[in-house]
Design a protein around this ligand. Sequence first.
Ligand code: NAD
Ligand code: 89V
Length: 344
Amino acid sequence: MTMVRGGLIGCGFFAHNHLHAWQEIGDSAITALCDRDEERLRDAGQKFGISNLYTDAAEMMARESLDFVDIATTVATHRPLVESAAGAGLPVICQKPFAESLSDARAMVDACARAGVPLMVHENFRWQAPIRAVRAVLDSGRIGTVFWARVSFRSAYDVFSGQPYLATSQRFILEDLGIHILDIARFLFGDVSRLSAVINRVNPKIRGEDVATVLMLHESGVNSICDCSYATALAEELFPQTLLEIDGSRGSIRLNANYELIVHSNGVTERQTVAPVLHHWACRPWHNIQESVYAIQKHWVDCLAGGTVPETSGDDNLKTMTLVAAAYQSAAGNLAPVDVATLT
Ligand code: NAD
Ligand code: 89V
């Protein structure tokens, strides 16, 4: 396979995971970096041995010979950067949350389509090994037809020290974390026709909501509950684990704490551990997320090589973004039901 050369924009907190994963993938190399903050830019360049450094993304795209760009900035800058990459004819990866509004998300999808460049949203939670393991059980048909599910993320982990912007944004848990949880629900149970949601803020030191509960009716007929909280102090802190409860006509699946997977099918129970691997550059408890960063970026390289559409393309992610928008709309009306099709 020929080496694909990427330019990474945004060298902050999370970008270091991207850079480690690109190094490990091997079929790809980040050959240029960009950050408006010169100190962060220099630090990342030194740490990863990259010497083509830019404080201006357009200049990097014009001067470097790149096969793609990887955007790891926060959401407000996604649209201008994605449009600039599309204008330069470069395939583009964009971190989640893809956009602050559905209209910005649609504009980015349209810009990439017009330019004929692939676009992948870095929606990595569905790439976590435990989530893939559950999807394999569902695909095997062992629990029959699914009728009910819960996708749950409850924690009191201090996410604000690494990502201070999470404490000051008007919208917090649904836009930042709920988007992953809703995407997992779509990945496992398919698209959604109706939802209702309620949110609240428990932590008085932050601006946005830190607790959300979403009830959904999937087109497949599955009823699901997605619940997330950063205000839940548990006896054992499980960050960043997503727990699953899935009931089917012939059995059930439980993804419990610490990656215990229980499959009960036709009266027989099987238990196994589906823990993520610890990459050499990873650290607990983030290793679950870090492994999924490796997996989604490997997927991108495979898609570029094979000319296939990434699983979390811009078009696909628009559907997850629509659920976030619908959840905020429903929550504003205190559990008002939202017909998701009215937003698409
Ligand atoms: P950060 O603020 O630490 O880093 C962002 C960097 O981008 C900063 O260094 C900033 O100077 C730079 N930047 C901003 N605009 C720029 C521009 N126009 N040109 C060049 N550089 C620019 O943010 P972070 O915590 O690393 O988060 C980045 C993104 O990653 C967010 O969208 C966040 O939601 C996402 N994230 C995803 C996961 C995940 O698991 N998928 C986890 C954490 C964060
Ligand atoms: O994955 C994320 O997007 C992170 C966190 C896990 C802290 O919510 O922002």
